[in-house]
Design a protein around this ligand. Sequence first.
Ligand code: SAM
Length: 651
Amino acid sequence: MPKIELKKTELVWPGKYNEDGTLKEVPRVNLPFQVIETINESRATREGKKGKSLSLFDIYQGKEGDTFEEGWRNKLIWGDNLLVMGSLLEKFAGKIDLIYIDPPFATGADFRVKLKVGEEGIRAAKMGEKADIEKIASAIEEKVYRDTWGKGLTSYFGMLTERLFLARDLLSENGSLFLHLDPTVSHYAKIVLDEIFGIDNFKNEIAWCYKERERVLNFYNPKHDVILFYSKSASNNRPFNWREACEEFSEVTKSKFRYVDEKGHYQIRGTNKQGSPIRAADGLTPEHEKKYPGLTYRDYLEIRPGVAPRDWWTIPIINKAADERLDYATQKPEALLQRIIQVSSMEGDLVLDFFCGSGTTPAVAEKLGRRWIGCDLSRWAIHVTRKRLLGVENCKPFEVLNLGKYERKYWIGVTFGGKKKDEQQVVVFQYIAFMLKLYSAEPLTGMQHLHGKKGRGLVHVGAVDAPVTIDEVNACIEECLAVGQKELHVLGWEWEMGMTPYIVQEAKRRGVKLLLVTIPREVMEQQAVDKGDILFFEVAHLEVDIKADKGRKMTVSLKDFAFPYADMIPEDVRDKIKKWSDYIDYWAIDWDFQNDTFMNGWVAYRTRKERKLSLKSDIHTYEKPGKYTIMVKAVDIFGNDTSQTFEVEVK
Ligand SMILES: C[S@@+](CC[C@H](N)C(=O)[O-])C[C@H]1O[C@@H](n2cnc3c(N)ncnc32)[C@H](O)[C@@H]1O
């Protein structure tokens, strides 16, 4: 038995301590970020800043400023928050002013994402028919909540504690943490937080109370969540703008201010001067004023900010018709975040939510003039948040980042070992074997580029840390032809620009049916792998019409979208889908793509209420003639990105 020396009261779970009784260390992985998209910023502005400092991994050079004027851009980061927070430490340790997190609760359930298709769904709903066309088949749902409950509370607290340690290190001395849970786990979390933040830094256990249909009849209906509020330190400079959260006085209280003069409503009170017969009495009358001049005063209602905030809040959950509703199962009301952010941070402060889901924290922080960083593991969450922010009036520039190939390299290192040079070959073999197994392919030996066989197809597995190149696919095509095979599947994480549809057509011309298959990020999630949730999808394909007009004007229209996952959609729903465009949820254009970050120059997307999607862009006017690369990015109804580049000449 390991010898654990407990020196104080604490919560212990299997795995918290090492065999030798020492506390398990939190992995602090420092990986560089990749900026994959910049939104609401012109290329000219970005280029201007670039002169000063930027590279693709600019934030790691620590040169980005702390204000928008200095070059700060809000950040939406796609990835596992453990790696993301570890990687943020280098630049942001002690710099975050407020953290709110709402991790998945102890449900153990896989929440299904409600997806909508095209314009049809909304029409059906409007006509009062059976809801809109929601794609909720088990085969296609994105299982965003899968990870934490493999071993119940043990894995939950293992997961949460690591992140809370990192959260503490990211917080500034005046910073505050809000951890949102439900009463099934909040009591455990409080003990963990006492340990990490110190019991003296516990500020409140806030009960967020709401009304919903009461269904339970054999115990009390659980109608509140718990939000634990801790400060980083005992600092006296921690913002607490309590006036922002004052509540209106009750009618009973208001009725006490029964007199009115030109300054407002007032009650008459005694000044409590020494020897006064009326002392500090309240509820006095004008007669008292006359009788005791100098010993009374008028206490006005209007100068009071309201009832000082309490630790229980009644804020309604988002109703079905609410404008802010996004159909994200666990979306929290903006009013809740508004209170937290307004009270516990100042304008310009930096707010972090590393379980940001549908982006409630980033959206509210944006509206309140705070800087923000949001992170989520789910592709769909990142997509929903991006759209949500685009809908915020005057949303400042923000960027979408990930850890890209660095996260994947870290993953193969952790999964297959191989830090030493001579082990690296073995790791590559193990990685390929793992991928082939997930893809249900048999390993092949004796070939140079082809690694496996699936049905009639030969399979090539692309490297973990580089995009699959045209040359690489060409080499595979050669090898296929050399052994007389006519079908090739290439699995890749990323693809060289300009590869599709060119390479597929080229393969066809040479007599080979080529399938380009994207390796989903979920392969890095052990539980998804164990549960057999991994789905491989073919790369989608876009057709566009680009129209150049006099005066250096350009318009792009979408003409077709080859959606490779239609089979995943239940038949009854598929039957209702009439147009290829129904599969597109969002599309955007970078008018001058320069092989770095996608700059969102024009965008169209569907929202819950506005289902129509324009398939023709606005006119873009180029400042100078010349050759340009236009990149068109489409996001389908499952949140998958498809990007294609097109060369144009502006005269
Ligand atoms: C309860 S939801 C947050 C909802 C959010 N507060 C809102 O208003 O939309 C929890 C989120 O945590 C994300 N998540 C779960 N594990 C994660 C991880 N390891 N890293 C990053 N995000 C994770 C899920 O994808 C999900 O979107």
